[in-house]
Write a protein that binds this ligand. Structure first.
Ligand SMILES: [Zn+2]
Length: 278
């Protein structure tokens, strides 16, 4: 399968899954003509369905449809053998009815069992297009084709989206949601940006250490804060100084400091004198 087609089919099956609740394995109702077409053109039906629907599949055949194959006789034995490998779908038609009518009744008006229909009958395909959410598969020149979504399918999908007021689907979603989801994104971006938070943090980090240093020497605390309100390193040095001072004398003043320095000088000078004396 070409990539372009594979992508289109993937999108389409996503639509059926998201908007209409289709789940794997997809239940595929195969009609008698499809079985014939598959054996005539030697298509591996299950494998082809698998790649077209892009997922696990469960092929099914109704009692009426397999009965049609029995009526064709031995010439169509390969088609009968193929159909026998499928799961039998009970349709409860006591007397077998034409395959198209049987499938129409099994799908019903809403396709509530979420069947995919693989049929070579053109009239049946036309009929199924009027029912929302019926994926239709047929074989064209030994190539299996998944029909684009019918108008009924698209209309129902759009209607249900409007009703729910929330967006789902594929193409429509991206178009519709671009206008509704972008504004909230912008709002979210707003509060994330501004710097004031980082500024506040700085203020907070400065205050707690100032309190700690204030313990036991309340007089000096304000002085330190005034000297270096912002820079942390310098303050630490000051504190080291101050703690030295406080160990020596709790009440400090410049005069006392100068006196002490003088005393130290004298003490340092004394030993030299003694040496000179002796
Ligand atoms: Zn039937």
């Amino acid at each position: 399968m070409r990539q372009k087609r594979a992508k289109a089919y993937r999108k389409l099956m996503a639509l059926y899954s998201m908007s209409f609740g289709f789940r794997q394995p997809y239940q595929v109702l195969v009609d008698s003509e499809m079985c014939k077409a598959a054996t005539d053109s030697k298509i591996e039906l299950a494998k082809q369905l698998n790649s077209v629907l892009q997922g696990d599949i469960k092929p099914m055949i109704t009692q009426c449809c397999i009965h049609e194959l029995y009526l064709l006789g031995k010439t169509q034995q390969p088609a009968v053998d193929l159909a026998k490998t499928f799961e039998r779908r009970k349709c409860n038609h006591r007397e077998p009815i034409p395959g198209d009518d049987c499938l129409t009744s099994v799908v019903g008006e809403t396709n509530k069992h979420r069947y995919v229909v693989a049929t070579q009958s053109h009239p049946l395909r036309v009929k199924l297009r009027s029912i929302p959410a019926v994926p239709i598969v047929h074989v064209n020149r030994s190539v299996m084709v998944l029909e684009p979504p019918s108008d009924a399918t698209i209309r129902t999908k759009e209607y249900s989206e409007e009703q729910a007021l929330h967006v789902s689907g594929t193409e429509q979603r991206s178009l519709a949601s671009s206008s509704t989801t972008e504004p909230p994104r912008k709002k979210k971006k707003g509060p994330k940006g501004p710097n004031p938070l980082s500024v506040k943090k700085k203020v907070e980090t400065i205050k707690p250490p100032a309190k700690d240093k204030g313990k036991g020497k309340e007089k000096e605390k304000p002085v330190a804060a005034v000297r270096n309100p912002v820079v942390g390193e310098k303050r630490k040095r000051d504190d080291a100084h101050e703690s030295d001072r406080t160990e020596q004398a709790p009440a400090d003043s410049q005069q006392e400091q100068s006196r002490r320095k003088k005393k130290r000088k004298r003490k340092a000078a004394e030993p030299i004198e003694r040496v000179a004396d002796t």
